[in-house]
Design a protein around this ligand. Structure first.
Ligand code: CU
Length: 199
């Protein structure tokens, strides 16, 4: 089916409305934030070389994290797929900065690491008044830390953005079924993270 330019835009808008109505905000079209997201992607392109990321203090947490899609009540619903290897910059703190994610995520492909996504990880503290959001996307959580790489006591909100690899589940979905840990010597199958009550 061929869409004219206007038809196409109307179709995307309709899709956005449908998914917003269904509460699937993480798969909604990111159209209104497109310019901001494009600028963010451009500013992070240098991190496609993981050594540049390490020099800027994004440090590897080694394990390639993936999920089986198992559902447990009271736990996060992570659909089957991987995140990859998280490189965390603990020198970035304060409220989430849309232009400065504190996590970069790499997929091991052959003997290389490919930058696939970024993440904002925000601890829940007594100062937290509301759920953070960026690009119109409410963060997920609060949830416990992701064991075994992050201690359970690290209660946090997080938001992933698949800026460098398409995610069929949506730009802001936590897991990506097209990302794999098969080429990693440090694949870690994680259980879905426990949710915590918070603002
Ligand atoms: Cu992640």
């Amino acid at each position: 089916m061929a869409f004219g330019r206007t038809d196409h835009r109307a179709f995307i808008l309709a899709l956005g409305l449908i998914s917003a109505a269904a509460g699937h905000t993480t798969t909604a079209a990111d159209e209104p934030y497109k310019a901001q997201i494009d600028a963010l992607r451009k500013s992070l392109e240098k991190y496609q070389d993981y050594k540049v990321a390490v020099r800027d203090l994004y440090l590897s947490t080694v394990g390639c994290v993936h999920y089986s899609g198992e559902k447990i009540s009271g736990h996060m619903e992570y659909l089957k797929g991987a995140m990859g290897v998280h490189f965390v910059n603990v020198t970035i703190d304060g409220p989430p900065d849309p232009m400065k994610p504190n996590v970069l995520i790499y997929e091991p492909v052959g003997k290389e690491l490919k930058l696939v996504a970024v993440e904002w990880l925000v601890p829940l503290t007594d100062k937290t008044k509301e759920r953070p959001s960026l690009f119109g996307q409410p963060f997920m959580g609060p949830m416990e830390g992701h064991e075994p790489l992050i201690p359970a006591q690290y209660v946090h909100y997080d938001l992933h953005a698949w800026l460098f690899k398409n995610n069929p589940l949506g730009m802001f979905a936590p897991t990506n079924p097209d990302v794999s840990c098969k080429d990693s010597d440090f694949a870690l199958l994680e259980a879905p993270t426990k949710m915590v009550h918070g603002p």
